[in-house]
Design a binder for this molecule. Structure first.
Ligand code: AMP
Ligand code: FE
Ligand code: FE
Ligand code: ZN
Length: 283
């Protein structure tokens, strides 16, 4: 009886199609699963159907990229209605923007002497996927322009690298409000990975997000040490907010992160998760 509330499918930058992800989760004894693709819910209906078939309790989710005050972050919406009209409209317009941004990135790479086409990039993404930098990295490797994904990012695709073009993102306030509108609870994803400004601490950042309506933080996460986990659990308790936990499974795109391995190499017990979150699950 374990949970994994942060996973990606081929609808964004994971390598498991939704059905295969749920089957793999079931095989690993995960009884509560959330699918949280980047800025899309396209994988949710298929995953939910597979979960129902296999008897896995399911939370429809999304991971929204947010920028603006109080800082850049990823926000998880859990227990959302994936068909909610305003959520669907917003995600659609973000993906339209991504399409334009991807073409600009191809132009940048061409100007840098890399003969990449948008078709090369799309060949590494399944139809309907939210195409982004991980697919560019795969295409650059296939083209032989770089040796591996790491080099693709350091030379071309990282935030400060010459091939990168910013994508349009929601502000944290807008993302939190959108998740609430769509009926979900909103959590700060992997707070341990935040880039804090000099004047900030995790506590000041989380307090600022709570003031905007944030419901909780991802206190359990695959890359945390036991000390980090304990620190985020204490912070949540101090602020009276909820906690969630997940692996951030991406399949072969993050080969060192196995599905369902959330707590320092171990699974996450359902008991660790708040009732308010568990009761949002379907199936
Ligand atoms: P995009 O949404 O297209 O901007 O791509 C963001 C994704 O690219 C993230 O979710 C990561 O999976 C990946 N990514 C971003 N920066 C790096 C990096 N420096 N090294 C490896 N992967 C990265
Ligand atoms: Fe990702
Ligand atoms: Fe993230
Ligand atoms: Zn993620």
């Amino acid at each position: 009886m374990s949970a994994d509330l942060h996973t990606h499918t081929t609808a964004s930058d994971g390598t498991f199609p939704p059905t295969e992800l749920v089957e793999a989760a079931h095989a690993r004894g995960i009884t509560l699963l959330a699918v949280t693709d980047h800025d899309t819910t396209a994988g949710v209906p298929e995953a939910q159907a597979a979960a129902r078939r296999l008897g896995v309790t399911f939370l429809p989710g999304v991971e929204l990229s947010a920028e603006g005050a109080p800082g850049k972050c990823h926000l998880l919406g859990l227990g959302i209605d994936p068909q909610h009209p305003r959520l669907a409209d917003t995600l659609h317009s973000l993906s339209e923007n991504r399409r334009e941004r991807n073409c600009k990135m191809v132009a940048r790479l061409n100007a840098l002497g890399v003969p990449l086409t948008i078709e090369d990039v799309l060949a590494h993404a399944p139809p309907g996927a939210n195409v982004g930098r991980p697919h560019f990295a795969a295409a650059l490797v296939a083209l032989g322009a770089v040796g591996d994904t790491r080099e693709a990012f350091t030379r071309y695709l990282a935030d400060d690298a010459p091939g990168h073009v910013e994508k349009e993102t929601l502000s944290p306030a807008a993302a939190i409000a959108l998740v609430h509108d769509a009926g979900g609870l909103c959590f700060l994803a992997h707070p341990g990975l935040l880039r804090l400004a000099e004047h900030e601490t995790h506590e000041t950042r989380v307090r600022a997000l709570v003031a905007l309506g944030l419901d909780g933080i991802e206190a359990y996460y695959s890359s945390y040490s036991p000390a980090e986990e304990a620190r985020f659990l204490r912070l949540a308790e101090k602020l009276g907010i909820l906690v969630t936990g997940g692996s951030d499974f991406h399949g072969a795109n993050k080969p060192d992160v196995p599905l369902g391995v959330v707590r320092d190499g171990k699974p996450l017990s359902l008991e660790c998760l708040p009732t308010r979150l568990r009761e949002r699950a379907v199936g």
